[in-house]
Write a protein that binds this ligand. Structure first.
Ligand code: HEM
Length: 413
């Protein structure tokens, strides 16, 4: 694919055919200048158009389209002519193939229907006491030590592991192994071989778990999956293991980093933090605003399977698309003062958890975990503050999912 000029590609001539064509093709990704904001260039990209041409620096300068505004980002994510299958030629990034997240309908729909009910409504709401108990145990351990802690290894990393191990019915004793291999599989600096090896290790682990649940089912997601769909011959044990591996991986690094970066963001906004401490009802909107403002999954990749027109630009079959969630979530057409962190914001919808058929399966669970862990941490440590200057906090600039590597905090005993 070579990029056409805006004039050649504008399906609906808007009277200014040179508008997009005059802009130089940008190189993606761009660097953040400020740890709490996406790259400053995104504002100009949104002004340039909803769909702009780019070259991908991590893929040897291969061309792809960037979707910059929220309306068109929703359109692309909801349109099944844009595929999630990373094996297709033209898919813009290297991703390991995976059941569900890298599938398209109708297969995607079939697998999603097997587990969707586990992550909605009462099923998730009923987990509240479990998550509160797990959070309190971690906070007790932190409070029992010196009045200084790095909240990444003591709170943010173990909590999502504990919750997902509980749901899947796998031993928490294995969580260090699971956590390390998950991190290896997702680290942007891992070589392709290292990623494949980590994914294979997790796959072998889950194969063993699926086999043990087939022999002796318990009260957990994997047991229900094998009883309802594997024993009936509807799905192979390997597929169940792959789904279980995805649940473990997809909900892990994301939630860890939302906890870390979320607490850090609140510490940078002491007035809103005080309001949150004073009024528990603000925690839902606050978590929603943290998700929007931080958008730790900055982009999603798709490839067009047919010619599709988006925002006046024709995207041809086989061309890759990067949907810039972190740009869409700062779109001035949708959000008032989009760069301001404001827990009282009234615009509720955002793309931090995706959109369309692949909308985060764990969205309700992630929100509940974040609400519980953030509100209980703030309540337990009323004098919580950073132990170092903000400049000394190591941010995750070189990894697919944004966040912090450490969160050293202190409090008054
Ligand atoms: C705050 C934490 C989280 C964030 C920011 C997040 C973000 C996302 C995003 C953006 C997608 C869409 C991917 C795409 O369209 O290609 C997604 C999908 C997914 N997420 Fe999450 N996620 C989080 C937590 C979780 C948790 C706790 C789980 C555990 C069950 C989970 C499981 C999944 C799964 C299985 C998918 C694939 C769904 C599908 O393809 O139908 N996520 N997530």
């Amino acid at each position: 694919m070579s990029h056409p000029t805006g004039a050649e590609r504008n399906a609906h001539d808007d009277g200014d055919p040179t508008a997009a064509g005059a802009c130089p093709v940008v190189s993606y990704p761009m660097q953040r200048q400020d740890p709490f904001h996406p790259p400053a260039e995104y504002e100009a990209l949104r002004a340039q158009g909803p769909v702009v041409p780019a070259t991908l620096s991590f893929a040897g300068g291969r061309p792809a389209w960037l979707v910059t505004r929220i309306k068109e980002a929703k359109e692309v994510l909801a349109d099944t002519r844009f595929s999630s299958d990373s094996r297709l030629p033209g898919f813009p990034v290297r991703r390991t193939h995976s059941t569900l997240i890298r599938m398209d309908p109708p297969d995607h729909t079939r697998y999603r229907n097997m587990i969707n009910h586990e992550f909605v409504g009462r099923r998730v709401a009923d987990l509240r006491p479990v998550i509160e108990g797990l959070t309190d145990r971690l906070l007790d351990d932190i409070a029992g030590g010196p009045a200084r802690s790095d909240l990444l290894p003591t709170l943010a990393m173990p909590l999502p592991s504990l919750v997902i191990c509980h749901l899947l019915g796998v031993s928490y004793a294995d969580h260090v192994f699971l956590q390390e291999r998950t991190a290896d599989a997702l680290r942007a600096t891992s070589t392709p071989e290292e990623i494949d090896e980590a994914v294979a290790d997790l796959g072998r682990y889950m194969d063993r778990v699926v086999q043990s649940k087939l022999d002796a089912p318990g009260d957990d997601i994997i047991s229900r999956l094998v009883t309802d769909h594997v024993k009936t011959g509807e799905c192979a044990p390997e597929v169940a293991a792959d789904l279980a591996r995805l649940l473990l991986v997809a909900g892990h690094v994301t939630t860890v980093n939302m906890i870390g970066l979320g607490i850090l963001t609140l510490l940078q906004h002491p007035e809103q933090l005080q309001e949150l401490r004073a009024d528990e009802r603000l925690i839902g909107p606050a978590v929603n605003e943290l998700l929007r403002h931080l958008t730790i999954t900055p982009s999603l990749a798709r490839v067009a399977t047919e010619d599709v027109e988006v925002g006046g630009t024709l995207i041809r079959a086989g061309e890759g698309v990067m949907i810039l969630l972190s740009s869409a979530n700062r779109d001035e057409r949708e959000f008032l003062a989009p760069d301001t962190f404001d827990i009282h914001r009234t615009e509720r919808g955002n793309l931090a958890l995706g959109w369309g058929p692949h909308l985060c399966l764990g969205a309700a669970l992630a929100r509940l975990e974040l609400q519980i862990v953030i509100s209980r941490t703030l309540r337990r440590f009323p004098s919580l503050r950073l132990a170092v200057d903000l400049d000394s906090i190591p941010f995750r600039h070189k990894v697919n999912i944004y966040g912090v590597h450490e969160l050293p905090v202190v409090w008054d005993e």
